[in-house]
Design a protein around this ligand. Structure first.
Ligand SMILES: *Cc1c(COP(=O)(O)O)cnc(C)c1O
Length: 366
């Protein structure tokens, strides 16, 4: 397999040696071993600290999408009123999922290149009276960070039962306290800031959300309900992965040893450097207002004079892999994922060096 010297894909990110080592050991079957349940409980505790919640999260086997679907299916019944806040592809995805589940959906759309506006959302919530509100913290395809805590602060005034937030690409790299932000279902993946392979989906569940999940009683591979009693019953809905959870423990330890505030500061510093150097090269930031830019991923507009496919070919020839885009953003912007292990000034500097050479139209040689 080809190794790119400069990995800047916005997830999955480079997995650190400590995580690989923890996963590499041979473990007995997790089904029957009390040690697995102890490990699982320890990792829940670490994740609670990282996510800022008093409630033990469910740790499901699967890529992050498993909890996006699982959380939606576990609480939404046909006819439910769901208000989906969208500043891009993931935000819109929740509206599509909710419609697919038979919900009555109000999509509150903002531009792909802007953050959600709390006042407009409050107006829409007042008018539509949703049971469930969905939002995305870091809208990764646009490099935008949304004010999900400020949105959460308004919801109690309007009897919103559940607030679901996709924080897959932000938690650990951008400050967010799940409980303080009034989030009932806070979704997290393993392959972004936490920098483990893409095989765990995590969801912090408030007591209000567990009550809704019990009422809905959805059964399926991605159902959350079995996780409520998994530890007490000593059984998971399927064979769990000791390797994945052991890797997650190592990843959480790295993050907690660094310190959350230190990690936020590192992400902010690297993102600011990435934006500043991009600007020096004449690149235009994708979010119109720099204050909306995420600390975990930077999106730049593809310069008009250059075709994205050719630009990407030249980046790769220089050893640099960045994120392209898909859907309506395909060819419009490209993204540097500086999250987790990739929130590294030297890495971002080396990436911008390649970009400088490519944009100057000189032959690339790295
Ligand atoms: C990465 C990511 C997910 C998980 O989706 P994949 O593209 O399948 O990895 C979900 N939400 C957000 C905001 C993400 O960045």
């Amino acid at each position: 397999m080809r190794q790119f010297p400069l990995p800047l894909i916005p997830g999955p990110v480079r997995v650190p040696a400590e995580v690989l080592a923890a996963r590499e050991q041979d473990y007995p079957s997790p089904d029957v071993e009390p040690e697995f349940f102890e490990l699982y409980a320890r990792v829940q505790g670490q994740l609670q600290a990282i996510m800022g919640t008093a409630h033990a999260p469910a740790i499901a086997l699967g890529e992050a999408m498993v909890v996006l679907w699982g959380a939606m299916k576990s609480v939404i019944a046909p006819g439910d009123r769901v208000l989906a806040i969208s500043t891009g592809l993931f935000g819109e995805g929740f509206a599509d999922m909710a419609r697919g589940l038979g919900a009555e959906v109000c999509l509150v759309e903002f531009g792909d290149d802007e953050a959600a506006d709390v006042n407009r959302i409050e107006d829409e919530v007042r008018r539509f009276r949703p049971r469930i509100v969905t939002a995305v913290h870091c809208e990764t395809p646009s490099g935008v960070l949304n004010p999900v805590a400020e949105i959460g602060a308004t919801l109690d005034r309007y009897d919103v039962e559940l607030y679901l937030v996709d924080a897959v690409a932000s938690i650990g790299g951008a400050p967010l306290l799940t409980d303080d932000a009034r989030i009932d279902l806070c979704l997290l993946g393993s392959q972004k800031v936490l920098a483990t392979p893409p095989d765990l989906g995590i969801v912090a569940v408030s007591p209000r959300a567990w009550a809704a999940i019990e009422r809905r009683d959805y059964a399926g591979y991605d159902a959350l309900l079995p996780f409520k009693s998994a530890l007490a019953k000593g059984s998971f809905p399927y064979t769990h992965s000791w390797h994945a959870v052991a890797g997650m423990e190592a990843a959480c330890r790295l993050l907690l040893d660094e310190g959350l505030d230190q990690s936020y500061a590192r992400h902010e510093r690297v993102a600011a450097r990435c934006r500043a150097r991009g600007r020096e090269l004449g690149l235009e930031l994708f979010p119109r207002d720099e204050r909306a830019a995420a600390p975990t991923v930077t999106a730049f507009r593809v310069p008009e004079a250059i075709d994205w496919v050719e630009l990407n070919r030249r980046f790769r020839a220089g050893g640099l892999v960045v994120g392209g885009n898909y859907g309506r953003l395909a060819g419009k912007n490209f993204r540097l994922g500086h999250m987790g292990t990739q929130a590294d000034e030297a890495l971002v500097d080396a990436a911008l060096d390649v970009i400088a050479v490519v944009l100057s139209d000189r032959p690339v040689s790295v």
